[in-house]
Design a protein around this ligand. Structure first.
Ligand code: HMG
Ligand code: MG
Length: 304
């Protein structure tokens, strides 16, 4: 059942950087994308087309999308919360867009300023417009394992939103543990609800690592045949509307684990570690990635 090949969607440039209060220049974001694709990342979430008043760090979305060096075989994704975002995103020629909803009403209101039902009404024309333009649509269902405002979130609540997303025709269903509170059996229970309505190839896990559970949760997902995960270079990330939650699971750590299990990713760990060191240098702190730090230390290059 455990897949022999896994696709990692690198979300560092978006999820990773959106939470940084110090502005990172477009040139540095473009350089990060260049390094990630040089390391073999084939799916990169580059930026988001959200309100610059809400998330100032993503205000340079158009500049970043225009500036990246496109490589054949690499797919570039962006977040679009509504038609306004989708229309703005089109000029950047994304291969994929992400509509992001939540399993909890309270988080939906804080993150995108509307109820779950209203969010689905907003996403429906975005999905239709993207499909008309030949663009694949992924959804993210936030707070699938817990909500900072509501607390517990049940698998029934997750499945409700999975069905709503399925109903408007999204192609791929991402189950997101925004807070990083999920543990393996609960993660399996949430994913099982997505697997009732989407094939395994179109279900992914997005695990923030706040409580150190993300690698275990990825292993638990592999046991269900899930072979796509969002990961973030150097372990960067967080959501501005989920205070206290830390970054996504670090790409370097996931690659280290998967390669150790004989599972292919197409990613070359050494240049990946370099990409992590690069962006950590820009941010002026060591990578959160344990594997990244260990490999840098082994090279005698402990992060200064
Ligand atoms: P709103 O205020 O309800 O929108 O925000 P509105 O339609 O009422 O418009 C109000 C103003 O926003 C107007 O501007 C619009 O032009 C502008 P004004 O006239 O006041 O100058 N506006 C936009 N500007 C740029 N791009 C747009 C856009 N839409 C409206 N697309 C909105 C609704 C969704 C825009 C807002 O709530 C928002 O931007 N939220 C940010 C959400 C966000 O980026 N969160 C982080 C990403 S999600 C995440 O991290 C979770 C994930 O990683 C999975 C996980 O871990 O859980 C994916
Ligand atoms: Mg996230």
């Amino acid at each position: 059942m455990i897949p022999s090949r896994v696709t990692l969607v690198e979300v560092g440039p978006r999820d990773g950087l959106q939470n940084e209060s110090v502005p990172v220049g477009a040139a540095q974001k473009i350089e990060l994308v260049r390094r990630l694709q040089a390391a073999g990342c084939r799916e990169i979430e580059v930026t988001s087309y959200v309100s610059p008043k809400w998330v100032p760090q993503m205000a340079d979305n158009a500049q970043v999308m225009a500036g990246i060096e496109r490589r054949a075989g690499v797919r570039y994704a962006v977040l679009t919360p509504n038609l306004q975002g989708f229309e703005a995103a089109r000029a950047g020629r994304p291969d994929e867009i992400v509509v992001f909803g939540a399993a909890s009403e309270a988080f939906s209101r804080r993150n995108i300023n509307c109820s779950v039902a209203e969010s689905i009404e907003r996403f429906a024309p975005v999905v239709a417009a993207a499909h008309a333009a030949g663009i694949k649509v992924r959804c993210a269902i936030s707070c699938a394992l817990g909500c900072p405002y509501q607390g517990e979130v049940s698998a029934d609540e997750v499945e409700r939103v999975v069905l709503l997303m399925r109903g408007i025709g999204v192609d791929h269903c991402g189950i997101a543990d925004t807070l990083g509170v999920g543990t393996p059996r609960r993660v399996q229970a949430a994913l099982a609800r997505a697997l009732r309505h989407f094939p395994a190839a179109e279900v992914s896990g997005h695990f923030h690592d706040t409580y150190g559970q993300a690698l275990a949760n990825i292993y638990a997902s592999l046991e269900l045949g899930i072979a796509t995960f969002d990961t973030s270079i150097a372990g960067l990330g967080g959501c501005p509307y989920a205070k206290g939650a830390t970054g996504n699971v670090a790409t370097e750590d996931v690659v280290f684990m998967l390669h150790g299990m004989g599972i292919a990713t197409g990613i070359d760990l050494d240049p990946l570690v370099d990409a992590g060191a690069f962006i950590s240098g820009v941010l002026g702190r060591p990578p959160v990635s344990r594997a990244g730090r260990a490999l840098l230390a082994k090279r005698g290059l402990a992060f200064a």
